[in-house]
Design a protein around this ligand. Structure first.
Ligand code: NAD
Ligand code: ZN
Length: 350
């Protein structure tokens, strides 16, 4: 699946891509925010994109639902979409996940292109072929693997993205850097998130996508190596669930950053990860993501969330840890006391 990284003229590039694919009808899926902030960048060039039928759904994960999906199917159906039509998903991970699933299922599958507009979707959600919706109170409960025809990354979309969502996406980049190399990791710790240098960020996004793509290519259906992408997520998802339960939801990437901090502590303690690199990463995370509000009274609940993670088998929690930067250790098992220690470590720095 081709991925392009643009510096200018998104409309021209995408217009050429559409001409090459020559669909009979063209659709663009947006949410309320990307309709307002991003859509005009697609339609400004006098290409076929200007005639596309625009489908709009509500913004944020609360709209990654069967109702929104049905709305997309209905709009496609009522506006003459056929198996030769093309859907362009213009938005964050919510739009690329739901749009990808809508395209994968409509008339047994039509083509789609992802144009990610959040940092998280650029480096993670838009790449790798996972699509889906939330269902029955569970995240990504229904979905399928389906690759987009292309991903077109235009860093300029990030100019309207708020600081929190920028930081949220950056946590996944930090994870990719930890899975890749010392050089990439050091570059990520030097980056100033308060005053982002977007030119530098573009090249880092490109490397980050490269890491995800390499891992996904080696293991598209998550039988082995793809579990590496779960680094920071075993503990991170538990924080996300606890925050949701308390009615104080946190952005996914913030939970991942705190999860990374705990899992690097565990890596330093159990799989030989450098204590110095762990401390340096922890300092970066504390500085940029602050502290997660929780206490020892939450430990059992957090542990129970980790046990219920859908990535586990046979009741034991599967951690992805590191022996060093780029040295991935899958399916590590730890005692409850070890996990509680890592939660202490996160709270001590608070
Ligand atoms: N498929 C995968 O492999 C994968 C991987 C990671 C995450 N995800 C999914 O991605 C979703 C999270 O993605 P997200 O963080 O992009 O969330 P999101 O799509 O909800 O976007 C976050 C917010 O930013 C707004 N927004 C989007 N682009 C903007 C722009 N350029 N300027 C200003 N605002 C903009 C959105 O409208 C929304 O309010 C979750 O549903 C998650 O499950 C999927
Ligand atoms: Zn994630």
């Amino acid at each position: 699946m081709p991925i392009s990284f643009l510096t200018k003229r998104l409309a021209d590039h995408l217009g050429r891509l559409v001409d090459l694919m020559s669909p009979d009808r063209l659709f663009v899926l947006v949410d309320e925010n990307t309709h307002r902030l991003c859509l005009s960048r697609l339609t400004e060039g006098g290409t076929r994109l200007a005639e596309a039928h625009v489908i709009t759904i509500g913004a944020t994960d609360s709209h990654k639902t069967l109702e929104s999906l049905a709305h997309v199917w209905k709009s496609l159906s009522e506006n003459g979409a056929t198996r030769h039509s093309l859907l362009i998903n213009l938005g964050g991970g919510m739009v690329t996940d739901l749009g990808g699933f809508a395209a994968a299922t409509f008339k047994r599958g039509i083509r789609f292109v992802n144009v990610p507009t959040t940092l998280l979707s650029m480096v993670d959600a838009a790449v790798g072929g996972k699509t889906g919706i939330n269902f029955n109170g569970l995240k990504n409960e229904v979905g399928c693997f389906r690759e987009s025809e292309a991903v077109v990354v235009d860093i300029n979309f990030l100019l309207t993205l708020d600081q929190q969502n920028l930081r949220s996406g950056y946590a996944e980049m930090l994870k990719h850097a930890l899975l890749e190399s010392d050089r990439m990791w050091a570059e990520h710790l030097r980056f100033d998130l308060d005053n982002p240098d977007y030119a530098a960020l573009l090249s880092m996004v490109e490397q980050s996508v490269g890491t995800k793509q390499r891992i996904v290519d080696a293991d598209p259906h998550e039988k082995g190596l793809r579990k590496a992408l779960n680094l920071g997520h075993t503990v991170g998802h538990a924080f996300e669930s606890l925050a949701l339960e308390k009615g104080q939801p946190v952005l996914h990437g913030y939970a991942v950053a705190w999860g990374l901090l705990c899992e690097l502590y565990l890596s330093a303690k159990h799989t030989g990860f450098s204590t110095q690199q762990m401390q340096q990463t922890a300092a970066f995370i504390r500085r940029n993501y602050g502290a997660f509000a929780f206490g020892c009274q939450d430990y059992e609940t957090l542990y129970a969330f980790m046990q219920h993670d859908k990535k586990n088998q046979g009741g034991e929690i599967n951690f992805t840890l590191l022996g060093g930067i780029g040295d991935i250790r899958l399916d590590c098992h730890l005692t409850k006391e070890d996990v509680f220690d890592s939660l202490d470590f996160l709270r001590e720095g608070a």
